[in-house]
Design a protein around this ligand. Structure first.
Ligand code: NAG
Ligand code: NAG
Ligand code: NAG
Ligand code: NAG
Length: 728
């Protein structure tokens, strides 16, 4: 990662929330209510609510601060720029705005009142009261770890269902639209659009001038946004200027089935793409759900360096299963009922696994999963004949917000628990681009490359060797992730195919990890330092990982050599790295007053190598319990800030349940403190619970660390698949 100065909107910081837990009688559900919130929030009101979060370019959120109702702010892209998404419901002729903050001169719609917000791993559900009717607004961003086509489809669902809240029957019509802000980071650019009407009605909108693999303010300037619904009695549509189309619905509760064909800039009389649906008469039992899909797709998706500097264009995997985007959308919309039950099963499995730790922990995990997957895309290449090559599936990840690097090794590493838990094969597909590229011989350094390219979605490598240098960090990370993948799948393909590269990185670690040269670690914003204790742990675990890898491929001599080197390093490291009073590990050798989070010990536990003695874990556990601030233990003694991913990783190495729970509550208190208004930021202040400059990064996948912390953890994917089989 590399810290980039961002245009972070400084929030008006509100007062701290008084959070109280109301234990609903004979139920395990905890609702969080606060003085500032006028709705119930379950499990809590986060800094930003994920609405449609599936890829680096389909990333729509509702920022919260102390609490923002669904109709009290516009949904935004992860950067904070507005994504126009509006909604109205008409009840017995009176219109209520339930989504977004549209202003429509000459009309007088009411505001629906938010009653509740609930989030799970895949869904954010709002109940909005519109007079005598409650409208349930569900945003489902599927997480489909065992289905490459479904996981790679950058689409999300919005579903609406109405029920009477006063015992009476009411006539109800619903309306929703999107603006063209979904297609660009520059609203002065010209958009064009079309609406196709068949079994499915789809609005498609894109930039008139497409730029392949190019971003503007982190939005891709390529591809199209799609807003769709199934055709049915009572469905109408319209495209046109925002105020005109919305006024049409507010005044008439129906749209005109007309299209605006005056293509223009996104912000020129704001064209919107709208649907309305007459639900007929609604009584106390909820109406059938009206389902919309929202997506952003492009082809090709990724530019990728292969041998001899050649560039390959790669497509999102779903294209290999569908002959057109219309077919893919039709399949997605038609699959809603099954998708919802898969999502409910996934949510329940994650909640069960995480609740085995604690309910605070389960709430952090639920908030992290869409964000983690939302930075990734699964791709496939074509062979020389133009046919998709199903044996060439690669996953790409955008670093997001700290910079736009592609497949940053030290961003994949903290997020690794998400993939180990949900499906380790996805982890392999994330590592493969790094292995393939370095195996071509184009990367000149002895250690592992930092990332696959400076700017997503261009995975162009670093043939000049001038990537951000994190030699020990990335070499150790690659070895640890590769072995953990192999252990959990028994698939030896990575360790046999890339044995030489893995060994080359190990040789480097043997020279540079016991006494690490002055360099940065993944926490580069904290500065560079020689002799970093925690970095040395990573390097030594990496050497031991190679010993296990060598053993797995039958190279016993190499295995025992590396094992004894690692063991001897641990002994020497203990003398270098322990403070003179024996109270804690230091941040760097010899600096007695310094300390930090030694989260890299989790690698030792994850792999079951148990190189480092229990006394080290016990010492750190005791120390952390004495230095925690209100929002957690600082990353190290240079600053008072910390990282939420490393807090949870460290919770995975402490030997006391109560100290573990202190780390968990600290992160949960930060995530729910009402002081921040952006997709969950992993970097924050332990003194006051305010976020630092990162947001929406996939490293929150590291919050799943406690679900995979030892090599004997079966991993939820196994439980999940088993429970699915039982259901089937
Ligand atoms: C919109 O622009 C794209 C990209 O230039 C072009 O391919 C497409 O035909 C245009 N569509 C319409 C409806 O004009
Ligand atoms: C398909 O991909 C695999 C894995 O990258 C590669 O080895 C193979 O040559 C490719 N096949 C074709 C026909 O391009
Ligand atoms: C790093 O630690 C070793 C072992 O204590 C010491 O010999 C060396 O001088 C240290 N290097 C720096 C730059 O402090
Ligand atoms: C063990 O590995 C190190 C580092 O590669 C090498 O220098 C040394 O010769 C090896 N020792 C044996 C006994 O093979």
């Amino acid at each position: 990662m590399r810290v980039k100065v961002m245009r972070i909107r400084r929030l008006q910081l509100m007062y701290a929330l008084q959070l109280q837990c109301i234990n609903i009688a004979s139920s395990t559900v905890f609702l969080t209510v606060s003085a500032a919130l006028t709705w119930t929030a379950e499990p809590f009101n986060p800094a930003s609510v994920p609405l449609a979060v599936r890829s680096p370019y389909l990333s729509c959120w509702l920022n919260q601060g102390a609490g923002t109702a669904l109709n009290a702010g516009w949904p935004t892209f992860w950067t904070g720029s507005i994504l126009g998404w509006a909604g109205y419901v008409t009840v017995d002729g009176s219109s209520y705005n339930f989504l977004g903050v549209p202003s429509v001169p000459g009309t007088n719609a009411n505001k629906a009142v938010q009653k509740s917000l609930k989030f799970t791993s895949t869904q954010s559900t709002f109940v909005m009261t519109a007079g005598p009717v409650d409208l349930t607004v569900n945003f489902l961003s599927p997480v489909e770890p065992s289905d490459l086509a479904k996981q790679s489809f950058p689409f999300s669902y919005l579903s609406l269902s109405a029920a009477s809240n006063d015992g009476g029957s009411h006539k109800v019509q619903v309306y929703t639209d999107i603006s063209a802000e979904w297609i660009t980071g520059d609203n002065s650019l010209t958009a064009n659009w079309s609406t196709s009407v068949g079994n499915i009605i789809t609005h498609q909108v894109q930039l008139a001038q497409q730029s392949l693999f190019t971003e503007a303010s982190d939005h891709i300037q390529q591809g199209s946004a799609f807003y769709s619904t199934q055709s049915a009695t009572g469905v109408t549509f319209q495209t046109g200027e925002d105020t005109v189309v919305r006024a049409q619905f507010i005044n008439n509760a129906v749209l005109l089935n007309t299209q605006d064909s005056e293509f223009r800039a996104v912000s020129d009389r704001w064209p919107v793409f709208a649907f309305a649906r007459d639900l007929g008469t609604v009584s106390a039992s909820p109406s059938p759900e009206v389902v919309f899909s929202i997506g952003h797709a492009r082809d090709p998706a990724i530019e990728y360096i292969i041998a001899n500097g050649a560039l390959q264009q790669r497509s999102s995997f779903f294209w290999s299963q569908f002959s057109s985007i219309a077919d893919a959308i039709s399949s997605f919309l038609g699959d809603y009922t099954s998708a919802l039950s898969r999502a409910n099963a996934f949510d329940a499995q994650v909640a069960k696994d995480a609740n085995a730790i604690s309910s605070d922990y389960a709430s952090i995990v639920a908030l992290s999963i869409r964000q983690g997957f939302g930075a990734t895309e699964i791709t496939i290449s074509k062979d020389a004949q133009g046919n998709f090559n199903t044996s060439d599936v690669l996953m790409f990840m955008k670093e997001i917000s700290s910079d736009g690097n592609v497949n940053t090794v030290d961003v994949i590493f903290p997020s690794w628990p998400l993939f180990l838990y949900s499906n380790p094969t996805l982890g392999k597909q994330l590592l493969l681009p790094l292995f393939e590229y370095q195996a071509t011989g184009q990367y000149p350094n002895a250690w592992s490359v930092h990332d696959m390219g400076a700017s997503y979605p261009k995975a162009l490598g670093h043939n000049d060797g001038k990537d951000e240098p994190m030699p020990v960090e990335e070499s150790g990370n690659m070895l640890i992730m590769t072995l953990s993948y192999t252990q959990r799948t028994n698939d030896k393909s990575l360790i046999t195919t890339y044995f030489n590269l893995l060994d080359q990185w190990t040789q480097f670690l043997i020279t540079d990890s016991l006494i690490p040269a002055n360099q940065i670690s993944t926490d580069d914003f904290a500065g560079s330092l020689a002799n970093q204790t925690n970095l040395a742990i990573k390097g030594i675990v990496g050497i031991k990982a190679m010993a296990v890898i060598a053993d797995l491929v039958g190279d016993q001599a190499r295995s025992s050599n590396y094992s004894s080197i690692a063991a001897s390093y641990v002994q020497q490291w203990q003398t270098f790295a322990t403070s003179s009073g024996g109270q804690h590990l230091t941040l760097s050798y010899g600096d007695d007053a310094s300390w930090g989070l030694s989260y890299n010990l989790l690698g030792d536990k994850l792999l079951g190598t148990y190189l480092f003695p229990t006394s080290v874990y016990d010492m750190q556990t005791k120390w952390y319990s004495s230095v925690a601030n209100s929002f957690g233990v600082p990353l190290d003694t240079r600053h008072t800030y910390t990282k939420s991913d490393w807090e949870i990783w460290t919770a995975g190495i402490v030997t006391s349940t109560s100290v573990r729970d202190t780390f968990i509550s600290a992160v949960k208190n930060y995530a729910s403190d009402g002081l921040n208004s952006q997709p969950l930021g992993d970097w924050y202040e332990t003194a006051n619970g305010k976020v630092e400059g990162f947001r929406a990064r996939p490293v929150v996948g590291g919050h799943l660390a406690l679900l995979v912390a030892s090599p004997t953890s079966s991993g939820g994917h196994i439980n999940f698949l088993e429970s699915k089989q039982r259901d089937d």
